[in-house]
Design a protein around this ligand. Structure first.
Ligand SMILES: Cc1cc2nc3c(=O)[nH]c(=O)nc-3n(C[C@H](O)[C@H](O)[C@H](O)COP(=O)(O)OP(=O)(O)OC[C@H]3O[C@@H](n4cnc5c(N)ncnc54)[C@H](O)[C@@H]3O)c2cc1C
Ligand SMILES: NC(=O)c1ccc[n+]([C@@H]2O[C@H](COP(=O)([O-])OP(=O)(O)OC[C@H]3O[C@@H](n4cnc5c(N)ncnc54)[C@H](OP(=O)(O)O)[C@@H]3O)[C@@H](O)[C@H]2O)c1
Length: 261
């Protein structure tokens, strides 16, 4: 008997001890908007699937689906998921949802993508979607992690964008990438909240600041604490939160639930 929700792993890449990405086959019927998430998982020992929310990291035009994942040592799903190999089955519930979509934002000029940790995943999708570049004159990707190695998946993806036959020309002159670390020395450091409020990101990138609700839009994805603090910063600059049902100046999605592992 076949399970209609089973897909097959096609590629696995380990980025650090705690981060990996993998690609799976895409059900022919699955349609999604870049930035959305789905439930994926593995069969549990008792036969009941262990399912978790995952942002789709690949763009909506891709033939396969990509995911970017944490490895939680005792995590019910990722303690096992981190060992998947090409050819292995993955459960995928094909019901994409989420707020990090262009439809939930009012038209703007400059789009800020604000992510910590695996919160980069939805932006890995959106950065590779032509719609992002057609709808915005400037895109600023701020990604912050504790250590430099945790930025590598995003750094490589941004580097590859420029050489991408589909996106490369659209991206030229529009993308500003601002990766920072907070617990390891690097060329750029500091929390996203601090770099926005101090104006450091504008100075470092040579962009006009501060944030302006007339031209700036933002998409936010990180821990609950990060999301809450960024929302306060964006509110302070006069931006208003939006949703699928009522587009606004910024939208927020959780990268994970919980305080720590
Ligand atoms: C909307 C949404 C989208 C998500 N997208 C992704 C994604 O694209 N990639 C991804 O790796 N996870 C994502 N997650 C988290 C994911 O659903 C699982 O929590 C994660 O895979 C760990 O599962 P687990 O069963 O091993 O451990 P869980 O029991 O689910 O988590 C154990 C603890 O680990 C910590 N933790 C869980 N996930 C993360 C994380 N991503 N980063 C840092 N700490 C974490 C939390 O403190 C949590 O309490 C998303 C969560 C939500 C709500
Ligand atoms: N990443 C690791 O190396 C590591 C190792 C062991 C355990 N863990 C556990 O895994 C969990 C998730 O780790 P994570 O590193 O993916 O996520 P995280 O703790 O949310 O940190 C990711 C980045 O976001 C920043 N940040 C956190 N809260 C913020 C806020 N309120 N406002 C602005 N910036 C904020 C952090 O800066 P700061 O550094 O200033 O906090 C860090 O640069 C942690 O709770 C931790 O217990 C992680």
């Amino acid at each position: 008997m076949t399970n209609p929700d089973l897909q097959t792993v096609t590629k696995v890449t380990h980025w650090t001890d705690t981060l990996f990405s993998f690609r799976v086959t895409r059900p022919a019927s699955l349609r999604f908007r870049s930035g959305e998430f789905v439930m994926i998982g593995l069969p549990g020992d008792n036969g009941k699937p262990i399912l978790r929310a995952y942002s789709i990291a690949s763009p909506s035009w891709d033939d396969e689906l990509e995911f970017y994942s944490i490895k939680v040592a005792n995590g019910p799903l990722t303690s096992r998921l981190q060992h998947v190999q090409p050819g292995d089955p993955i459960i995928l519930r094909p019901k994409p949802v989420g707020t990090l979509v262009h439809d939930a934002l009012k038209p703007g000029f400059r789009l800020w993508m604000l992510a910590t940790g695996t919160g980069f995943a939805p932006f890995a999708s959106l950065l590779r979607d032509p719609e992002t570049w057609e709808k915005n004159e400037r895109v600023v990707m701020m990604h912050t992690c504790r250590e430099a190695g945790e930025l590598e998946y995003g750094r490589k993806l941004v580097e590859d964008l420029q050489n991408d036959p589909l996106i490369g020309e659209l991206v030229a002159g529009k993308l500003h990438y601002y990766p920072t670390t907070t617990r390891e020395a690097g060329p750029f450091m500091g929390r996203i909240t601090d770099n926005l409020t101090s104006g450091k990101v504008f100075t470092d990138l040579g962009l006009p600041g501060p944030l302006d609700p007339e031209i700036d839009r933002a998409m936010v994805c990180g821990s609950l604490a990060f999301n809450k603090d960024v929302a306060a910063v964006l509110d302070g600059f006069g931006l208003h939160e939006g949703a699928n049902s009522a587009p606004g100046d910024y939208v927020i999605e959780k990268a994970f639930v919980g305080d720590g592992v």
